[in-house]
Design a binder for this molecule. Structure first.
Ligand code: ACO
Length: 391
């Protein structure tokens, strides 16, 4: 609110109902997609604990469950898998784009650009209003193509030919096949599948919120997912998984951990630790740690021991503040064991999270309202405009 006094000067009064830096503790909408209990370290997707889905489900089934809100019948799951497969192949135009990208480009930037390119020439629906069917179609197209783009770009930048998908394989197995050009062992495909399940959804995390802010303007699904990928990229969010491995490699061994942590300045952030909601161990980190331990090869044994020591020292120092490993601390070990290059870690996260983003877009659009918070203005009032020649 602003009012003028007799000298024609404004005074402003800001009487917002609520202020929360970084929107901590604010609920902005209702959702039935997932729930996090940050005190006890519990995560459920539509009522089912993540541990149970990780053990019994597949990524395709979990994605269907998130998007359609029911566990699929065999026929529904088959149709959904076929729908994804219908989009997985890259065409010559896609390959041409990928070959034109600079080889030094980060896979997250490539993914972002590819999803944006997918909206051309007519992917964005510019009609006013929205249609669930066309949003769903775009979402499935994006999910189908994401793994192909990521895998093909990695091959192209290494001077290799992209590998066409094998539609007999699962979503996870097909990704490993297109990346490595070798049929993955059943165990390897299952472990990636499990990682995708664990990363498929996580409430109103920053990237889901970013996706929904864009989608709430009734922008198309492609633009909304591009916003999600861009938001996920940051180191305070999904980008942390890549940084964790780089940090641990830079430490050089468990014997240097204590010194490294003690040398941290107050404002430094340890990647893979801490969470806005969890004040205890992230349940996904607990599962990933077990697989990281089982899978880590002799070659990475020192790195894994460095991580264990790191967790130990951090727990003593930061545990009382509620800072524990999050999903990004151990996931990189699992990806590394599957032969996935470090710079691709966050794009795999994005590929998995697409299911959650799409589920949220569809859900929120049922009762859409534009996101439009306020900022508390702390700038000058009644400042004078000085002509440029007098400055
Ligand atoms: N390392 C060091 N200190 C930390 C960390 C950390 N990783 N996380 C939180 N803190 C400290 C802060 O310094 C701050 O201390 P202070 O109160 O003495 O000033 C306090 O904990 C609270 O920090 P906030 O930034 O307010 O907490 P917030 O809830 O915003 O942080 C975040 C969440 C951004 C994830 C943070 O824990 C962090 O930066 N972690 C490292 C990056 C990371 O791993 N991100 C991935 C998160 S999981 C995901 O997005 C997939």
């Amino acid at each position: 609110m602003a009012s003028k006094n007799k000298n024609d000067e404004y005074s402003i009064k800001q009487d917002y109902e609520f202020f929360s830096h970084g929107l901590e503790g604010v609920a902005a909408f209702e959702t039935s997609i997932s729930y996090i209990d940050g005190k006890d370290g519990i995560l459920i997707y539509r009522g089912i604990p993540i541990e149970e889905l990780a053990e019994k489900s597949t990524y395709e089934e979990t994605a269907y469950f998130l998007i359609y809100a029911n566990l699929p019948t065999q026929a529904e799951l088959k149709k959904f898998s076929n729908d994804l497969e219908a989009h997985i192949s890259l065409n010559t135009e896609d390959i041409k784009w990928l070959k034109d990208f600079p080889v030094a480009a980060h896979p997250m930037d490539v993914l972002n650009t590819c999803v944006s390119l997918m909206s051309l020439p007519e992917g964005g629906d510019y009609e006013v209003g929205w249609k669930r069917e066309s949003d769903l179609k775009a979402g499935i197209q994006i999910m189908g193509k994401m793994p192909s783009y990521i895998a093909a770009f990695d091959r192209i930048k290494k001077g290799k030919q992209p590998i066409p998908p094998d539609n007999k394989l699962s979503y996870a197995a097909n990704f490993l096949w297109m990346l490595n050009g070798e049929k993955p062992k059943e165990k390897e495909a299952r472990i990636l599948d499990l990682c995708l399940i664990l990363h498929a959804e996580h409430g109103v995390c920053a990237s889901t919120f970013g996706t929904l802010v864009t989608s709430s303007t009734l922008a198309d699904v492609y633009s909304s997912i591009v916003a999600g990928i861009g938001t996920l990229k940051g180191y305070l969010h999904g980008g942390a998984n890549e940084q964790v491995i780089r940090m641990l490699e830079s430490i050089g061994g468990p014997e240097n951990v204590e010194k490294y942590i003690n040398a941290m300045k107050k404002k430094d952030r340890i990647m893979g630790f801490g969470h806005r909601v969890y004040k205890t161990l992230d349940p996904r980190a607990r599962i990933l740690k077990k697989y990281a331990r089982d899978l880590t090869s002799k070659r990475d044994e020192i790195l894994f021991k460095t991580a264990l020591k790191f967790e130990d020292v951090m727990e003593k120092k930061f545990g009382p503040k509620g800072i524990y490993p999050n999903v990004d601390f151990y996931s990189g070990f699992v990806y590394k064991a599957l032969g996935i290059p470090t710079d691709m870690f966050t794009s795999i996260f994005a590929m998995a999270r697409a299911a959650g983003w799409i589920a949220h877009i569809l859900e929120y659009r049922e009762s859409n309202r534009l996101f439009r918070p306020r900022g508390i203005y702390n700038g000058p009032v009644n400042a004078k405009y000085t002509p440029i020649e007098e400055r």
